[in-house]
Design a protein around this ligand. Structure first.
Ligand code: EPU
Length: 337
């Protein structure tokens, strides 16, 4: 384990932003992780997993810890379920492919989401009607302060839409080191009614889909809408879909009769932020080396050499415009550093 100095974080964030870390260490064992956390001369620490949910707007003066713990194992199983424990540094999509290959059901709708296993619970990743919480059994996390290992069961995590205890009370206090998933071995619960999955399966001429088919359909949809971070820097949805009061939505419908919504409760609906941003005229707009993706307005992109601060300014302009046009405030989903 070696602490390096003045390292560019460009390869470590999916936005491809070139911020410098004054100190950087990669940890691949629990022992190294424990040791790094006891180092007293780095009060500022930043934990990086897949770097798929962060916007680096400045250099980082402190120690960046790149968690690279690897390993996937079955911890227990019965006729119906298998409990699989994956280390935090496993690439999320590779873990999904392991499940698909072994016919373990539950994560197929979450195919091709960028990032690592260890960061997935923090924002309760979700897509096409499934969220991480639906397959989450428990996770282990190491306390940054005293290096004890704690187990968080599902109810401990306070999962909500793109939210968990790790973005609130536990923020900055723990590093997730592994996640245990509860997956089905038979009678897989298929979720095919969200978004365009059903029509994609139809186009694939599949009548009775397997989890393998669903994974393929999700991959095809994502590839058609979302830019591949290896080609165009991005961090998926930049904003959360806002919740608005039904009465406000009803008023807006008078001027915008085609405004879509997802019902949430008697009082609230969720509006797709991508629709609002498109309506505000930002979809596909390019400013120098950054902009709004042409196929999904919720995704801000770096075409090569953009600065994080430029993308932040664009996001603020989008927020102000949406507020002015619709009286709706939209909140960033990515972490801004
Ligand atoms: N829409 C537009 N214009 C756009 C984008 C979307 O009008 O440019 C409309 C669509 O027509 C559709 C609605 O908005 O009616 C929803 O669009 P989509 O199905 O693409 O989903 P989303 O609500 O924009 C959410 C997640 C995505 C996830 C998809 C599919 C959030 C913040 N985003 O996007 O998650 O992949 O649903 O489940 O909830 C991510 O979190 O990084 C992410 C990509």
């Amino acid at each position: 384990m070696k602490i390096k100095q003045n390292i560019s974080l460009k390869p470590y964030n999916t936005f491809g932003l070139d911020a410098l870390a004054s100190h950087f260490v990669e940890v691949s064992t629990m022992e190294d992780l424990r040791q790094v956390l006891t180092l007293k001369n780095y009060p500022n620490k930043l934990v990086l997993g897949g770097g798929s949910n962060m916007l680096l707007t400045q250099n980082f003066n402190g120690l960046v810890i790149h968690v690279n713990l690897k390993g996937i194992e079955i911890v227990s199983e019965n006729d119906d379920f298998v409990f699989v424990k994956a280390a935090a540094g496993e690439v999320w999509h590779e873990f999904v492919m392991y499940c698909i290959h072994n016919d373990f059901g539950g994560v197929e709708n979450l195919s091709l989401i960028p990032g690592n296993v260890g960061t997935a619970p923090i924002q309760n990743i979700g897509a096409y009607g499934v969220e991480l919480k639906d397959v989450f059994y428990a996770c282990e996390a190491i306390s940054i302060e005293n290096q004890t290992i704690e187990t968080f069961k599902k109810t401990d995590c306070h999962f909500d839409y793109r939210n968990s205890i790790f973005k609130n009370e536990a923020k900055g206090k723990y590093i997730i080191t592994s996640v245990t998933f509860q997956l089905t071995k038979r009678n897989h619960q298929l979720h095919i009614h969200y978004g365009t999955i059903a029509s994609e399966l139809e186009a694939m001429q599949i009548k009775i889909p397997t989890i393998q088919d669903i994974s393929k359909a999700v991959i095809a949809i994502r590839e058609s809408k979302l830019p591949n971070p290896k080609e165009i820097g991005n961090s998926g949805s930049f904003f959360k879909n806002p919740m608005v009061q039904k009465s406000h939505y009803q008023n807006l419908l008078q001027n915008f009769p085609d405004m879509p919504n997802y019902p949430i409760s008697n009082e609230y609906v969720k509006i797709p932020a991508g629709w609002l941003i498109e309506k505000a005229g930002f979809k596909g707009k390019r400013f120098d080396d950054y902009g709004v993706h042409k196929n999904q307005a919720l995704v801000l992109v770096n075409y090569g050499n953009a600065k994080g601060s430029d993308i932040l300014k664009l996001s603020e302009l989008i927020q102000k415009t949406i507020e002015r046009l619709f009286g709706i405030s939209i909140e960033a989903e990515v972490n801004i550093l």
